[in-house]
Write a protein that binds this ligand. Structure first.
Ligand SMILES: [Fe+2]
Ligand SMILES: [Fe+2]
Length: 304
């Protein structure tokens, strides 16, 4: 990119910000310890789900202590999507009807919603907009996994759901300063993550990965979240490439992305790293739209 007038103004602002060193990446990292931890009950249940010897009764025993998760498991089981002829009121019965993949999705979605459904002022996102983007990216990620013949969909789903958790943290600790990002992103017509690097010395992806590391998420999830805006890195790792593509597809489909919408394009290198071509990507977008539409009822259950 040439050094245009816009770039000069960004650099001038960046220098000015470095003088006020109170909101750099180090400052945010220091504050991470004050974040509430990911619900222990859910983390424990997720670990148990990985163990093939875990019985449904063990899982129910753990989850019954989380009323929010229990309510969501029952709501999903009794939803129209399941088409049961009778009402299920027992947690153990509901768990046995859902199956492992869906239990994991309900756990992750229930536990993530409180973090993701806050207004993110600095990114121009209204209340629920980050949530819509996150759950949308997670739903799209399942179609991406299918298109790429990738079987471990659960890991990709979790990474996709939490990929922008760093934005929540940035908003909590340096929210008002992020207003500058909105203005600059609009004026310069550039994506936020580039401006984050210039103004803060790191982006929400790096911060989000640190949060997930602190919450004891597996290293492959931490890694994919850290690099979801870094093309040089993500094309080298299949899981990260799939997350990057899911995120770009979500922004291209206008799924809750605030001031950052429509700023990302899918590169040839990214498609090539996943052995996809443009027509395959177009098909994927059409499938993703259908999946988003079909999941509306289910997603709205969590919001009630
Ligand atoms: Fe992001
Ligand atoms: Fe995103």
């Amino acid at each position: 990119m040439g050094a245009g007038k816009g770039e000069d103004s960004v650099n001038a602002l960046a220098m000015q910000k470095m003088d006020n060193i109170d909101f750099t990446l180090e400052y945010v990292f220091e504050k991470l310890g004050t974040l509430p931890s990911f619900p222990k009950v859910v983390q424990e249940a997720l670990n148990r789900l990985d163990d093939p010897n875990t019985a449904i009764t063990d899982l129910a025993e753990i989850l019954k202590y989380d009323p929010g998760v229990t309510a969501n498991i029952l709501k999903v089981t009794n939803s129209a999507a399941f088409g049961l002829s009778r009402q299920v009121t027992n947690l153990e019965t509901a768990l046995s009807l859902l199956g492992q993949h869906q239990i994991r999705e309900v756990l992750m979605t229930s536990a993530s919603l409180p973090y993701l459904s806050v207004p993110i002022r600095g990114y121009g996102m209204d209340s629920n907009e980050l949530w819509t983007h996150s759950i949308g990216t997670a739903i799209i990620s399942e179609k991406v996994a299918e298109a790429c013949g990738y079987e471990a969909k659960d890991i990709l789903f979790t990474g996709a759901l939490l990929h922008d958790i760093g934005k929540v943290v940035m908003n909590m600790f340096i929210g008002p300063r992020l207003d500058e990002l909105i203005n600059m992103s609009r004026q310069e017509k550039r994506p936020f993550f580039e401006l984050e690097w210039e103004l803060l010395g790191g982006d929400h992806a790096v911060i989000g990965s640190k949060v997930l590391e602190n919450w004891d998420f597996p290293p492959e999830i931490v890694r994919m979240v850290r690099s979801h805006h870094d093309p040089d890195i993500y094309v080298q790792d299949r899981l990260t490439s799939m997350l990057a593509l899911s995120n770009i597809a979500a922004t291209q489909l206008g799924v809750g992305t605030g001031a950052d919408a429509f700023r990302y394009n899918v590169s040839d290198a990214l498609l090539k790293s996943l052995s996809l071509d443009r027509p395959a990507y177009e098909c994927l977008l059409a499938e993703a739209l259908k999946a988003l539409d079909a999941s509306k009822g289910l997603v709205s259950l969590y919001e009630k």
